[in-house]
Ligand binder design. Structure first.
Ligand SMILES: Nc1ncnc2c1ncn2[C@@H]1O[C@H](COP(=O)(O)OP(=O)(O)OP(=O)(O)O)[C@@H](O)[C@H]1O
Ligand SMILES: [Mg+2]
Length: 220
């Protein structure tokens, strides 16, 4: 690693923004920074000398920091190390997430399994599956992709006899999406529709789309 990379890796407290061009070593910094947090915490900037430290252990620590060794004995130089499960490493594409996870695993070994690493979507899905009960979801929810959403819209429109020409399903889907972004429930959406017919209709579809799968749209 070069000096800038090294200083980013060993900076532990406070926020840090790294801007660098393609292929210039950003992921290298991320991976080493995560490894440094887990293995050493704030050890690099601490002047604490652990009792009974051996020259071999010091050499192993230096080799790890220089990226020449993958592992050092756990806990040797650590000052307030971070638990792997306290780290969230998210990126956008499956490819980038796969590379990130692979490189973290190569660096951290088994500790890497406890890290929250993946795409925005997969990590959020995992959080919902694990803790969604606190929001009233079960852990058995299904995530609808674009096709599933379109099918659901068409089915609901048919059920309530709504004409696709008057209320295109795409416009309903984007209205629902906007409402959800603003945490507006179907009831609130309906209340805000006043006498606006099309909005009222969209509110009905929104409400039905929220009804649990098993009780109304079997076959999805
Ligand atoms: N300081 C360095 N000296 C030499 N090689 C380096 C250095 N930093 C990173 N590399 C190597 O350069 C290559 C690209 O590094 P890395 O994947 O970290 O870059 P990146 O900025 O994340 O790339 P991308 O934009 O494709 O995501 C890797 O093979 C890495 O091992
Ligand atoms: Mg990268």
């Amino acid at each position: 690693m070069n000096d800038m990379q090294f200083s980013a890796v060993t900076r532990v407290n406070g926020p840090l923004l790294i801007l660098a061009g393609a292929g210039s070593g950003k992921t290298t910094v991320l991976v080493n920074r995560i490894a440094n947090l887990v293995k050493f915490g704030n050890g690099y900037h601490s002047s604490m000398v652990p009792e009974g430290i051996t020259p071999e252990q010091i050499a192993a620590g230096e080799a790890f920091l220089n990226g020449e060794a993958d592992f050092v004995p756990n806990g040797c130089f650590a000052v307030s190390p971070v638990h792997p499960w306290q780290i969230l490493a998210i990126t956008f594409t499956n490819k980038a997430a796969g590379e990130l996870k692979e490189r973290i695993a190569a660096r951290l070994g088994e500790d890497a399994n406890d890290l929250w690493a993946g795409t925005f979507h997969s990590v959020c899905g995992k959080i919902l599956r694990r803790y969604g009960d606190r929001l009233g979801y079960t852990s058995h929810f299904t995530i609808y992709d674009t096709d599933d959403q379109r099918r659901l819209m068409k089915q609901i429109m048919k059920e309530i006899g709504e004409d696709e020409k008057i209320l295109p399903h795409k416009s309903v889907l984007s209205a629902i999406s906007r409402a959800k972004d603003q945490l507006i429930t179907p009831q609130e959406y309906n209340a805000s529709a006043a006498d606006y017919r099309q909005k009222k209709d969209r509110a009905v579809v929104y409400g039905l789309s929220e009804t649990p799968v098993g009780s109304r749209c079997d076959g999805f």
